[in-house]
Design a protein around this ligand. Structure first.
Ligand code: SF4
Length: 506
């Protein structure tokens, strides 16, 4: 069903590509602005938003600090509900477990919904390799699966596409030209997916929250497809990041207040499903068999790390993406991983401790702190980005030229003598590259900077020189005054120094 596209392999090259894609930039700007405004209105209407943000943060901090306890409680309750619970330490292990279930069930088709974890594990590809067709059923996911792409937003995976591009993709499936009209397109997908829901052997979902006290898993959605996926196929598999736990339904109330408002500006999503085990005898529908695969895949590495543990508090609302000035210009694919935006720029390297593979993703941020302001559970992503940059440099993978430059700069700034000498050398040296008052060169470290910005040249006279000249002028002026005027001026200066008559009219 899917095609695969190759992407450039550095953040810089992918960002360049995105910046030159007019369609993408317009589409991402349009939707992120809509989501941002939605969140702004919904949180203002709430009335006590900051108080609830703090409540949400405290719930997440408490749960993650006692993750072993709540995970254990969740697993015991889920098993008591008849769920098969599996633990996967790595992504490969999670894939192996999912494939074993699919093989055991002799599955031909899996319908999927709401699972960024399955994207993280590249599960669709693995299923295809054993001859199982994986069909994404969230509208956005369905579109990007047809395009052979990966999600470019946590909540709106096809944010970078406009309706004309979507109509083209869906027309290929329909075998006829479909109008670029959202009702027509959504209607076509709805009809198409109905057949898939009825035929699928396995339903697979992610999990927004897992409730420890009951062993339930909770899904928020707007399209109703997650409900189909968890109800119609005979076997249900839930892929769950190990940090998705919250202690109780009382805590869910706080999360259900924060998540939809932050994600889409809704008070509540159209559907919120709480699933507590497979179908019971009296139930009209539901799967006969239910599996939950609890995935670690690098998450436990953050536990006990004072700089990164709060990363596990994330509720995947996507608000930090919509707020980020970098994401709003380049979209999600430039980040190169499953997760994009500020959370992706931290999460991707944090889950993978191999610094050599980090690329420059932590540099894809202006460190403005808009992500922190937007985050419903107050994760200090802007600080984490600095920690990541530091860890990269400390591991010997920083930019050597930049590092040498910074050392030189620090040495100059520590001594007034060296500072003055450096200014003198700089003023002389810049003559080679200054045109029209600006440094124009695109050589060396200034290449990237000067491609998009103007570097002002060093002024002919420094502030210190101008200050000294002004001081001299004033002294001259005083010397030339009449004795009467001079003594009057001296009196005023004295009064000002003593704090009297500071604003006077003398
Ligand atoms: S870091 Fe915060 S704002 Fe970003 S996705 Fe996670 S919870 Fe949402």
């Amino acid at each position: 069903m899917s095609k695969t596209l190759t992407k450039p392999n550095t953040v810089k090259a992918r960002a360049e590509l995105a910046l030159n894609d007019e369609f993408l930039r317009k589409a991402v700007k349009f939707t992120t602005e809509r989501l941002r405004n939605g969140k702004k209105n919904a949180s203002a209407e709430h009335g006590n938003w900051d108080e609830w943000r703090e409540r949400g943060r405290q719930i997440r901090l408490h749960t993650i600090a006692h993750l072993d306890y709540y995970l254990n409680m969740f697993v015991n309750n889920a098993r008591a509900n008849g769920v098969h619970v599996h633990f996967a330490e790595t992504g490969a292990e999670a894939v192996r477990i999912a494939l074993e279930i699919a093989k055991h069930k002799q599955a031909k088709t899996v319908v999927k919904s709401k699972s960024m974890v399955s994207e993280e594990l590249h599960l669709n590809h693995a299923l295809e390799e054993i001859g199982v067709e994986a069909i994404e059923t969230d509208l956005g996911e369905y579109i990007i699966q047809l395009a052979g792409e990966t999600p470019s937003h946590i909540v709106i995976p096809a944010i970078h596409k406009n309706r004309h591009q979507i109509a083209e993709l869906l027309s290929e499936v329909a075998g006829e030209k479909l109008a670029a009209d959202t009702t027509v397109l959504a209607g076509f997908v709805r009809k198409k997916l109905r057949e898939n829901f009825l035929e699928a052997d396995i339903g697979m979902t992610g999990c927004n929250f897992a409730i420890a006290e009951t062993g339930s898993m909770v899904l928020f959605e707007n399209e109703g497809n997650a409900r189909m996926v968890t109800t119609l196929p005979k076997t249900q598999i839930t892929l769950m990041g190990m940090e998705r736990i919250i202690p109780s339904f009382q805590d869910l109330e706080v999360m259900a207040t924060l998540l939809p408002r932050s994600a889409t500006g809704q008070k509540l999503t159209m559907y919120m499903s709480c699933i507590t085990g497979p179908r019971r005898e009296a139930d009209a529908d539901g799967p006969d068999e239910m599996h939950i695969i609890i995935v670690d895949n690098g998450r436990s590495l953050q536990l006990g790390d004072p700089e990164f543990q709060e990363l596990l508090n994330c509720i995947r609302c996507g608000a930090c993406l919509n707020a980020c000035p970098v994401y709003r210009h380049i979209g999600g694919h430039a980040y190169g991983g499953t997760y994009s935006g500020p959370i992706g720029a931290v999460l991707t390297p944090a889950l993978n401790k191999n610094v050599a593979e980090w690329d420059d993703i932590a540099n894809a941020s202006s460190l403005c702190g808009a992500c922190y302001e937007a985050c419903p559970v107050k994760i200090p992503l802007h600080e984490m980005l600095i920690y990541l940059r530091r860890r990269k440099v400390e591991s010997g993978y920083g930019n050597k030229l930049e590092s040498a430059g910074m050392k030189g700069f620090a040495s100059i700034m520590r001594s007034a003598k060296r500072y003055r000498a450096a200014l003198g050398v700089g003023k002389l040296g810049q003559k080679l590259v200054v045109r029209g008052g600006s440094i124009r060169t695109k050589l060396g470290p200034l290449k990237g900077w000067n491609a998009y910005r103007v570097t002002p040249s060093l002024p002919k006279t420094s502030f210190r020189q101008r200050f000294a000249a002004l001081d001299e002028e004033i002294r001259q002026g005083l010397n030339e005054m009449s004795p009467e005027m001079r003594s009057r001026m001296e009196r005023i200066v004295k009064q000002r120094e003593q704090g009297k008559g500071g604003h006077g009219h003398g």
